[in-house]
Design a protein around this ligand. Sequence first.
Ligand code: HCA
Ligand code: CU
Length: 369
Amino acid sequence: MSIIDTTLREGEQTAGIAFTFEAKKRIIAGLAQLGVDEIELGTASRANHDLVILADFIRVHHSRQAFSLWCRCQDEDISYAASLKPAVLALSIPASDLHLTKKLGRDRKWAAARLRKSLNTASRAGIRKLAVGLEDASRADGDFLRILAGIAEENGAFRLRLADTVGIATPMTMIRMVEPLLGMDLEIGVHCHNDFGMATANTITALEHGALWGDATILGLGERAGNSRLEELISFLALQSGKPYNLEGLRRLSAFVAEQSGRRICPARPILGSEIFACETGIHLHGLMTDPTTYEPFAPEKVGLTRKLAVGRKAGRRSIALTLERLGIARLDEICLAGLTGKIRNEAAKKQRSLSDVEIISLARPYCP
Ligand code: HCA
Ligand code: CU
């Protein structure tokens, strides 16, 4: 299972976002540090002249980092892409009748022929690793997907990427799209959009059902509601599946991209939010104080956070007893503990916040033997 980060291609397509050259270099360095398997550096087109320098930057400073370019099936773009010598060239072609007819005024026959021709042009131009991206695959006819996959396979592509371009897939429909294409001489990749909030789940589901590659962008940047979030995918694979990504720099890189793109990171945002390890509920506090794995999927330190256990309106006797123990206060009998619990809850309700250690100590004093 491997991740392609497309922050610099799809992420930069987001309305209102344009990374400076320096920012792009920092993003590349951050992605390389995380150990992302491939960076999609941009769209191969002469208009995109940054690419020459960025490609050299990767080769010189991050020589072990694979990068790819996204490319339309157009000869002039393919020859420009070849001059940049990417590890992988991802040729993209629309796969749905809707896109072929409404966008291009073409049909399936044209798409098949164009894909075959472009793969051959790219091979002749010396590109060794060719990938094919099928745009709007989730709305395309399944038989036609197989035909395009066959063309990709016969004409030297090693990977086929299925795009849920408008983010309408569910985990179930992802499985239905991926499974018929397994068993060919092609690695399957997916590119999921987040229009209904399912991009990460869809990508993980595809990876669990035979796909080998999943696309993501930092903070999920991308068209409309964006793409699968890199922070979610990479953390899930690292923490739940043991993939050796280095999560250490993830928070810093995400904060940098947030700043550069004018996006806020919400306090409860998975992986990144500042408050995701804060807890106030009595039953949970008791569990966390006894053994954090009871109510945490992973240790906060893994993603650069610390646990925040707050004693407030929802505190319970057991969590207060453990708090007193932490504060070095002698054990109270059950009656005193119940009395103190009531006091703490009332005080917190009055103040509309949780209480500090000093406040807890002063409320506990009258109960101490
Ligand atoms: C786009 C294209 C794409 C990627 C398709 C591909 C999509 O809309 O800009 O894999 O080549 O979502 O369809 O990002
Ligand atoms: Cu996309």
